[in-house]
Ligand binder design. Structure first.
Ligand code: 5GP
Length: 216
């Protein structure tokens, strides 16, 4: 498949960075020109989610069948569950010249970039500091100690992956939501630039590593 027009806006960032909210706020500004890529997953549906809108929820056997038949442009195992992006969901939007927003993990972002580098904008969303991320996740009240630890560990690995990546990432710091929406809007229009906010990212990674050492 070739994605001949349209843009793929790939948002990566830790749980608690606000990437889903940011994507939906930008889409709401231009619902005809923008859309959200609805992934398939084997994870259990949460009470606030809608099948077909947040994800296509399917079982492992079906997911493995879709992998085997080549329906996914990328798929990954995240926290023990399968997640994948179907070819069909991309084709529909991109051939119509729309911007398609993705909320996927960093492995998925690398795979999409490999296949559609010309059309893909990679955006990493970060909270203003590691401490803010930890307090946002704790304040949600939905995390157990184990899931909190796992999410923070994933966040640390993604920060490491970002800092070691040679790809053209844009960085959006989500401190004040309205400002972050403007920054993301801008980032979707800006071509490749050097990694912004490197000092902040390095500081966050050091705090994450210190937390991981303290917890082990
Ligand atoms: P959650 O279960 O909290 O909705 O998502 C867990 C993680 O899976 C998040 O980092 C999310 O970005 C990632 N994810 C969601 N859909 C996809 C997908 O289609 N492909 C990949 N590679 N990751 C995904």
């Amino acid at each position: 498949m070739t994605a001949s027009s349209g843009q793929l806006i790939v948002l990566v960032g830790p749980a608690g960075s606000g990437k889903t909210t940011l994507a939906h706020r930008l889409i709401a500004k231009d619902p005809l020109g923008r859309g959200f890529s609805v992934s398939h997953t084997t994870r259990a549906i949460r009470s606030n989610e809608i099948d077909g809108k947040d994800y296509h929820f399917i079982d492992r056997a079906n997911f493995e069948h879709l992998i085997a038949s080549g329906d996914f442009v990328e798929w990954a195992t995240v926290h023990g569950n399968y997640y994948g992006t179907s070819r069909a969901s991309i084709v529909e939007h991109v051939s119509a010249g729309r911007e398609l927003f993705f909320d996927i993990d960093i492995q998925g972002a690398f795979h999409l970039f490999e296949q559609f580098s010309e059309q893909t904008r990679l955006v990493f969303i970060v909270p203003p500091s590691w401490q803010v991320l930890v307090s946002r996740l704790t304040a949600r009240g939905t995390e157990t100690t184990a899931t909190l630890r796992r999410r923070l560990q994933t966040a640390r690995k993604e920060l490491e992956g970002l800092l070691n990546s040679a790809l053209p990432w844009q960085i959006v710091v989500n401190d004040v939501l309205e400002e972050a929406i403007g920054d993301l809007d801008q980032a979707t229009r800006t071509a490749k630039i050097e990694l912004k906010h490197r000092a902040l990212l390095e500081q966050m990674l050091q705090a994450a590593q210190a937390d991981a050492r303290a917890a082990s």
